[in-house]
Design a protein around this ligand. Structure first.
Ligand SMILES: [Zn+2]
Length: 94
């Protein structure tokens, strides 16, 4: 009687553990897949950024493609030429 109950309890515990591990594993795989897909999406977006005749906003989180004649970003209002000069200076410093 006692041994049977112990074995049953152990089996239930193992079953719960297996289910928990399976659920967590599936969740972890989903998160990893989302991360990989997100990184791929960012890379695709960045590869699309250098559009011909367009000034892409260098501000983080914006990346709005403005017309070549635009001096300020139409989305966030950032000065496009100044941003490019700052970038050039930073590159020269390093
Ligand atoms: Zn912008």
């Amino acid at each position: 009687m006692m041994l049977g109950e112990v074995i049953l309890t152990l089996l239930v515990c193992i079953a719960i553990l297996v289910i928990a591990v399976a659920v967590f594993g599936a969740w972890a795989i989903m998160m990893l897949a989302k991360m990989v897909l997100g990184l791929m999406g960012i890379k695709r977006k960045s590869s699309r950024k250098p559009t011909d005749g367009m000034r892409v906003c260098s501000r983080r989180g914006c990346g709005h493609a403005n017309p070549a004649q635009a001096r300020f970003c139409a989305r966030c209002g950032m000065a496009l030429e100044v941003a490019q000069q700052v970038k050039m200076k930073r590159v020269a410093m390093f």
